[in-house]
Write a protein that binds this ligand. Structure first.
Ligand SMILES: [Zn+2]
Length: 224
């Protein structure tokens, strides 16, 4: 009897919760039961084309499926600046699907992420959340193996050569790794300067380092 009453109470609370905080599509905010609505899923599936991203860095192998625009840009910004963590599963889906298409033959020992820029208002690293979620979906382990040893400027406002200088010597390996196959996950790749620096640092201790970014974009023309 007690169990029945408790269950009914839980169901009632659940129903009340969904009435007060209804589930929304992570991309368009439309109220509905899935984390991504049918309309957004259709748009994303049309745009989803996983490919290797060309950069100026010869050691950087980065795959990405979708242009940093529209729905994806909105979701990344919501996660990054509004702390909307409902965007994590849909963004990690982009990573998982890319791995399944482009890296299905590769051995991956663990997934890691780019350490975050220090921000007093933010207690999370969006790349870490996406990378952890992707690792979880793939049954792989996640390890934080890089730390930032000095603070630098945000890459966002810098041109190509300043981006390279800005990330040089910023990261260090903080974990015991040797001979492993590592996959770095990030939210967006632009010039690849940050990911390339992470690859350079990790390559000294690992067998292979590859990258997947949930989206890709080109450097703003005014910053070239
Ligand atoms: Zn939607």
């Amino acid at each position: 009897m007690v169990v029945i009453v408790n269950m009914s109470l839980l169901n009632l609370l659940d129903t009340l919760g969904s009435l007060i905080f209804p589930k929304r599509c992570a991309y368009c905010d439309e109220i509905q039961s899935k984390s991504v609505c049918y309309k957004c899923e259709k748009i994303l599936n049309r745009m989803f084309r996983p490919r290797i991203i060309e950069t100026n860095y010869k050691d950087l192998i980065c795959f990405s499926p979708i242009n940093y625009n529209g729905l994806v840009k909105k979701a990344i910004l919501k996660l990054k600046f509004n702390g909307d963590k409902s965007c994590v599963p849909p963004l990690s889906d982009l990573i998982v699907r890319t791995i399944k298409v482009c890296l299905f033959k590769e051995k991956i020992d663990f997934i890691t992420c780019v350490p975050s820029y220090r921000d007093a208002k933010k207690d999370y690293n969006q790349s870490e959340l996406i990378a952890k979620s992707a690792a979880n979906k793939l049954g792989l382990s996640f390890k934080n193996v890089l730390i930032k040893i000095k603070e630098n400027d945000l890459q966002h406002d810098l041109n190509f050569s300043d981006r390279q200088i800005n990330v040089k010597g910023v990261y260090e390996v903080c974990s015991n790794i040797s001979g492993e196959n590592i996959l770095i996950c990030d939210d967006v790749i632009t010039t690849g300067a940050t990911l390339n620096e992470c690859v350079c640092v990790l390559s000294k201790f690992s067998f292979s380092v590859k990258c997947v970014a949930a989206s890709y974009t080109k450097l703003n023309k005014n910053l070239k």
